[in-house]
Write a protein that binds this ligand. Structure first.
Ligand SMILES: Cc1ncc(COP(=O)(O)O)c(C=O)c1O
Length: 432
């Protein structure tokens, strides 16, 4: 195996990209919460999502400390019953964007009144289920949704507490696909067009709902907390005349995925939010909905290297047993990741190779220019850190590849919380 001269070699994987409780064990392997990742991969198979449970809990507590009672975990980042329970136990509400997410949270025994229901196109049947379950808040996204709620309440449903989602006209500096606060957006009621004012006034006048606040979410993987502050200013000024008790600034705080990236902490985001609130004398309580910042760096994904192809003068391809089925972010957004070998996390990574998956697409690339130790070999366990958000939750089983298992590790113990799919799962909905 030859080291590429085209890209700079990298040293050991930086610790800020690893879960809080990662450390090198006596055998030189990377351990998370006292569990050897190489052994874990052999025991549970690959690909495998490994979450540091105490890291998840610590981020949830940090969010509650930073924002108080009104903070919700955005479950679209990563959801299973164990995750919903953790967020709930640590004091967070849970943001669910569909009835599917709602039912998973309810199945984890999260009380319905701790759920905040989102979605830009909620079907009447979804709204009916949410009202029937008694979700705590519905975040209304359109005039059509106001009509649907009114129709449901006239048919006997209890009037829900609602926030109206507005688009503040603030463009987050992030990928277009995850930028949502600009005027040209499918989400919410535009502030600058006047739709937001019309929507709020209509909702306040309606007997079918109790308007408790205004919501905005400008996008995801946002590095500049100033953009989040700007959005808060816009919605605070907008909602002031209505005297509503709640404002939610959504989620969006970015995380570092690769060497050299640094992002503000949840605490810093909270402190900056309080500064803006004090400066503008905002009386309403301010909530937030972090997803990525809670879950992303809590997890690493473990893969097994199955094939290494050196194309002389072109590049080296390293194929692993997962791919965009378990992490579509590189394909969707051109996202970059770091790679390392858990058997030698301290090794210099002088080999530059393209890490690809096993799906039948050339675009099935996990890391375009991955840095790996030069003694990489077939059968090695390869890890991509910071894969706890929007990986498992956005995954697919394209090519009928089994969705991976998820384990939580804590104090040297392993808990399998999502098992790997089987042929029976693939056929469960195929009724012939
Ligand atoms: C309404 C809403 N809230 C919260 C989030 C979570 O964002 P993030 O994971 O970037 O914190 C999203 C993500 O798309 C969202 O749409």
């Amino acid at each position: 195996m030859t080291a590429s001269s085209a890209a700079a070699a990298l040293g050991p994987v930086p610790s800020n990209l690893l879960p809080d409780n990662a450390q090198v064990g006596a055998n030189g392997h990377l351990h998370v919460a006292g569990v050897d990742l190489v052994e874990l991969a052999y025991d549970y198979g690959t690909p495998l999502f490994v979450y540091d449970e105490d890291h998840l809990r610590a981020r949830c507590r940090e969010a509650v400390d930073a924002f108080g009672e009104g903070v919700a975990y955005a479950s679209k980042a990563f959801l299973c019953r164990a995750m919903a329970r953790i967020a709930h136990e640590e004091g967070m509400h849970i943001d669910v964007a569909t009835v599917g997410e709602m039912h998973v949270a309810l199945a984890a025994d999260v009380p319905a009144d701790r759920l905040v229901m989102h979605g830009n196109n909620k079907d009447t049947s979804e709204l009916a289920e949410a009202l029937e379950a008694g979700v705590g808040r519905i975040v209304v996204d359109s005039f059509d949704e106001l009509d649907k709620i009114e129709a449901l309440v006239s048919a006997g449903a209890q009037p829900p507490d609602v926030l109206l989602r507005v688009t503040p006209g603030v463009k987050a500096e992030t990928h277009d696909f995850i930028s949502t606060g600009q005027n040209d957006s499918k989400f919410g009621f535009g502030v600058s067009s006047g739709a937001a004012a019309t929507g709020v006034e209509r909702a306040i006048a309606s007997d079918a709902m109790n308007v408790v606040g205004i919501h905005s979410h400008i996008g995801s993987q946002v590095f500049r907390v100033e953009s989040l502050a700007e959005a808060l200013e816009v919605i605070a000024r907008f909602s002031e005349p209505y005297g509503l008790p709640e404002l939610s600034i959504g989620g969006g705080l970015g995380v570092a995925y690769v060497e050299g990236e640094a992002t503000p902490s949840i605490s810093k985001w909270g402190a900056m939010t309080r500064e803006v609130a004090d400066r503008l004398c905002i009386g309403a309580s301010i909530g937030a909905e972090p997803g990525r910042a809670i879950a992303a760096s809590a997890a690493v994904t473990l893969y097994k290297v199955g094939t290494i192809k050196e194309l002389p003068g072109i590049r080296t391809y390293v194929a692993v047993d997962g791919g965009y089925g378990d992490n579509p972010r590189p394909v969707l957004y051109g996202s970059d990741y770091t790679t390392f070998l858990p058997r030698c996390p301290g090794a210099d990574r002088t080999l530059v190779a393209r890490v690809v998956g096993k799906h039948c697409e050339s675009g099935d690339v996990l890391v375009s220019d991955a840095h790996l130790p030069p003694d990489l070999t077939v059968g090695d366990i390869l890890a991509t850190p910071v894969t706890g958000a929007y990986g498992h939750s956005m995954g697919s089983n394209y090519n009928k590849v089994f969705r991976p298992a998820v384990v939580f590790v804590r104090d040297g113990q392993v808990r399998e919380v999502v098992r790997r799919e089987t042929v029976a799962d693939l056929l469960a909905t195929d009724i012939g």
